[in-house]
Design a protein around this ligand. Sequence first.
Ligand code: BES
Ligand code: MN
Ligand code: ZN
Length: 498
Amino acid sequence: MEFSIKSGSPEKQRSGCVVVGIFENRRLTLPAELLDNASSGFVSEIVRRGDMNGKSGTSLLLHNVPGTSSERVLLVGLGKEKDFREKDFCAAIRLSVKALAETGTQDATLFITELAVRKRDTAWRIRQSAIAAIDASYRFDHYKTKQDELRRPLRKLTLIVERRNELSIAEEALQQGIAIAEGCTLARDLGNLPPNICHPEYLAQQARELATEFKLECEILERADMEKLGMNALLAVARGAHQPPKLVVLHYKGGKNSAKPVVLIGKGVTFDTGGISLKPAAEMDEMKYDMCGAAAVLGTMKAVARMALPINLTIIVPATENMPDGNATRPGDIVESMSGQTIEILNTDAEGRLILCDALTYAERFQPERVIDVATLTGACVVALGHVASGLFANKDGLARDLIEAGEESGDRAWHMPLWDEYQELLKSPFADMGNIGGRWGGAITAACFLSRFSKKFDWAHIDIAGTAWKSGADKGATGRPIPLLTHYLLQHAGKID
Ligand code: BES
Ligand code: MN
Ligand code: ZN
């Protein structure tokens, strides 16, 4: 989709469709009022008759509105004016794009983008609009052999800002939004790809392609390299798999040479059967999404490189399948992690923490300013927070605060969870330094406690995205979360947003 920014009045737009908002209780937004004046009351008459009542989630398409230059007008319900917040704004953009897709138009002009949203500025509105519009028009139909030939996709969206002096700020925000959305699209594609295609080598290949496109430094560690480094926790997970494991590293250097990098680590289990601690059959296909952490850090890297942010960023993706096999790790096996700490593997389905712990130790060599890992780590996190918020853990409160705020501002929320010592107790093992599970209760927390033991040398945060990285049901698919949170955080870190 092509985007542009403009300011102007709705009745004068030569466009396939002009999109304006209507609040509940027949309150026309300013652009709707301008259309109404130009058309001698055409719009208000429709609203008066009750064909558009302004409720959120509703829309009405009008053709040949008198006195206007566009072919169509789309009225979009915004809900109650006094309750209009960030999420209502984004929902209105998404609804507009979905409704436009049902029409014959291939270009449209959105006046929703000039609506005031409390506490948010023009840059925010434009950035979020681009992200929401691209997200709402996303489709994954690579494997459908019959394409919908009648569909006319939306090709061009013009986003309106109120004043001409906002154009340059809006243009920069638009480019940021497009970059972030492209990162999300990459992550969603990787998540949605079937596990017979998207295996560890496929993720490595994606990294190589990003490296070529954006001139990044790329290292890919093979099994033999991991053996030399003593990454026995990661290797224990890979034992049962026929697909070889990979540890993928990408470096982006946009900042000063002396600036320490931010390191992002993404769990890349391209299929999680549970291993010998085999998962039940129902919905096991969804364990293809167990590499969504990896997808998110690759997508974040793509967005950051596209925005050319003045920071140094490194991403690490430990990638493997978790399979049962005659050679697979058994419950009860003890391994020595790269850090030297020993682990009794009591449940082979708690594999994410095993690959992450060696990746965390590997991160030390980059002398990171801070490390953030992203993982579909625990079903317990879904029990705790549902599909709304990601679980956030950190060994520095300031870092947690910044990430929570980035989540709030990007509409990709996370909730701060505790990492108290009392929970560490639960990881005790009679035979090794620790077990890899902490028992029945507080599973998201004990998993984070496990990781914290490998994160003592730097400021560290862990984001459990088990409930947020994908959706089940009718609109099943990867969401691209938490890329909006991470990119917002990095934009702030780069001084591009205050
Ligand atoms: N990938 C799963 C976590 C998961 C489960 C994410 C369901 C989304 C939905 C992870 O590897 C796992 O299996 N975790 C176990 C840990 C347990 C054995 C301590 C879990 O959550 O059941
Ligand atoms: Mn598992
Ligand atoms: Zn897993």
